[in-house]
Design a protein around this ligand. Structure first.
Ligand code: G4P
Length: 531
């Protein structure tokens, strides 16, 4: 092995790149903060979310987000943990939920699913899990809020198995909950970790009892509770799956941890499991070959473009996931789509929230490229090789509005702006075949406001929205030319072209979509579309 290969292997093997999937309010922000604390990237919990503080001003990029008090803390956070280097990618969650949230999941190697154990499986988690299925991403689960009255843990695990179609293997098990929450038992280590209240903002010294049958346990939590725990664990071991690394790596089984993010309890045990089991940067498919992380030549793809991160410059930053090799400052990269070579001397890294210029980065890392409108979502960058990564799709929008100009003379600018913003992934635009309407489709509501505000600032176009009766959209194609022509004729009033001129079926209701699909079995309706 030569020096470069050796260096690459070492760097790749220690990297873990993941994102958090959860329903709003399940505790994503809180757990992120505790992860940063464990990675010693912050000194005290409470500083990430501190509203109105300097930290807040530094991390909230878009003016509108500031006004609305939405805290997009950071897009990518890198921190060391044990001998590993963790890249945690933010998945915008509340009002800022968008297609970026989905697409970020195509740029990670594993996911942490956070569940509010008082509530169980919620809507957003279901949707995000569906996206992770596109790549069978390995999932680690954290059952949160054990300091509250929760539902029966066994029942919640059953719900996860049933609704998300993934086997659960408990690694830790809770001892009571709410006011009487005592801690967790670690099934693999045969150790009990005792919960201490009021220490959520710091790294705690662990209080450990070795062995489930240790009499210390009876003293600490009382004989009754100890006996109950022993009985319960017999049941749990009998009724649940054992951890199986292969099944985990295939996305078929999830290790489950219990704890409280707010109390910073159990998060460290979960992170221990995640870094040791989650895969290091995995291979990616391209139109030419499978590219592995330790390939010496640099390659990567753009999965997100963020506008106006720095209000002083109206620049956009393209987030590139490095698939293989190493980035070095000043290196030449080829943007494959345009076949242009560019020298990148000022890529950004994201060391726990600070945007910094970096000297080098490796497969699994995310770098930020300054973008003056030339980079698009899905772009591949290489060291000269012509290949294009696949699996960075557009997702069918879930919300639709008709967009209209205040000044009708600016129709051309409006279309230009919308097409560019759709290339950037900010929004999707559809033009019905039979009318001059312009329909904007998005995954989250904030995207609509972002588009109007950017149209005004960047294209000098004043636009407003009108409601429209559209429930969902599907990209359509068929191998059967004759049947497809018939479909296009009969369904013309529901067909539109998207920003890239791809034919799309615009359904007024889900029932209509189902009926149409039944009526035209030769036509395929796609929920995602490759760039
Ligand atoms: P999110 O990013 O997933 O939306 O959730 P976030 O971490 O903001 O948590 C949502 C609410 O749940 C917050 O309370 C947070 O303090 C609380 N929370 C998170 N983890 C736990 C936990 O383990 N136990 C308990 N009891 N609460 C937890 P909030 O009052 O809505 O916000 P804040 O004013 O405290 O920031």
């Amino acid at each position: 092995m030569n020096m470069i290969t050796k260096e690459l292997h070492t760097e790749v093997n220690k990297r873990r790149t993941f994102a958090i999937i959860s329903h709003p309010d399940a505790g994503k922000t809180t757990i992120t903060e505790k992860l940063l604390l464990l990675g010693q990237a912050i000194q005290r919990a409470g500083s990430v979310k501190g509203r109105g503080s300097d930290q807040h001003a530094k991390s909230d990029w878009m003016e509108m987000e500031k006004q609305r008090g939405i805290s997009i803390t950071t897009s990518v956070m890198q921190f060391p943990y044990q001998e590993y280097l963790v890249n945690l990618l933010d998945t915008p969650g509340h009002e800022d939920f968008s297609e970026d949230t989905y697409r970020t999941l195509t740029a990670v190697d594993s996911c942490l699913m956070v569940i509010d154990t008082a509530k169980g499986v919620e809507d957003r988690t279901r949707k995000l899990m569906e996206v992770t299925r596109l790549r069978d991403t390995p999932i680690v689960t954290f059952m949160n809020k054990l300091d509250r009255e929760i539902r029966d843990p066994m029942e919640v695990m059953d719900e996860v198995e049933r609704e998300l179609n993934i086997a659960c293997a408990p690694i830790t098990w809770p001892i009571s909950c709410g006011k009487s929450f005592k801690g967790v038992y670690h099934l693999h280590l045969d150790e009990v970790y005792l919960y201490q209240t009021g220490k959520g903002h710091m790294i705690q010294e662990k209080r450990v009892i070795k062995g489930l049958n240790n009499t210390e346990l009876d003293k600490e939590i009382g004989e009754d509770l100890a006996a109950q725990l022993r009985d319960e664990l017999e049941l749990v071991k009998g009724a649940s799956h054992e951890f199986d690394l292969e099944a985990f790596l295939q996305g078929e089984l999830t290790p489950v941890y219990f704890g409280t993010a707010l109390g910073n309890f159990g998060v460290d045990l979960m992170l221990d499991g995640l870094v040791s089991w989650a895969p290091s940067p995995s291979p990616r498919n391209s139109d030419v070959r499978v590219v592995t992380a330790a390939d010496e030549k640099f390659s990567g793809f753009v999965f997100k473009i963020q506008a106006n991160m720095d209000p002083k410059h109206r620049d956009r930053v393209a987030f590139l996931r490095i698939v293989s090799g190493k980035y070095e400052r000043g290196m030449k990269m080829r943007q494959v789509r345009t076949n242009k070579d560019v020298v990148i001397s000022d890529a950004l890294t994201f060391l726990a929230g600070d945007r910094e210029h970096i000297e080098q980065a490796y497969a699994g890392d995310i770098i930020g490229l300054h973008n003056h409108g030339t980079i698009q979502i899905g772009d591949t960058f290489t060291q000269g090789e012509t290949l294009k990564f696949t699996g960075i799709p557009n997702f069918a929008p879930e919300l639709f509005r008709r967009i209209r100009l205040r000044d009708p003379l600016k129709q051309k600018q409006l279309l230009k702006g919308l097409v560019q913003l759709s290339e950037e992934g900010a929004v999707q635009v559809f033009r019905p075949l039979i009318s001059n309407d312009l329909i904007v489709g998005a995954v989250g509501t904030l995207q609509f406001d972002v588009v109007v505000s950017r149209l005004k600032n960047e294209y000098n176009v004043e636009a407003i929205y009108e409601p429209i009766n559209v429930a969902t959209a599907r990209w359509v194609s068929s191998d059967d030319t004759k049947k497809f022509e018939e479909f296009k004729r009969k369904a013309e009033s529901q067909l539109a072209l998207d920003g890239g001129d791809n034919l799309t079926y615009i359904a007024p209701t889900m029932v209509n979509l189902n009926l149409t699909q039944e009526r035209y079995p030769e036509v395929t309706f796609f929920k995602t579309r490759e760039h």
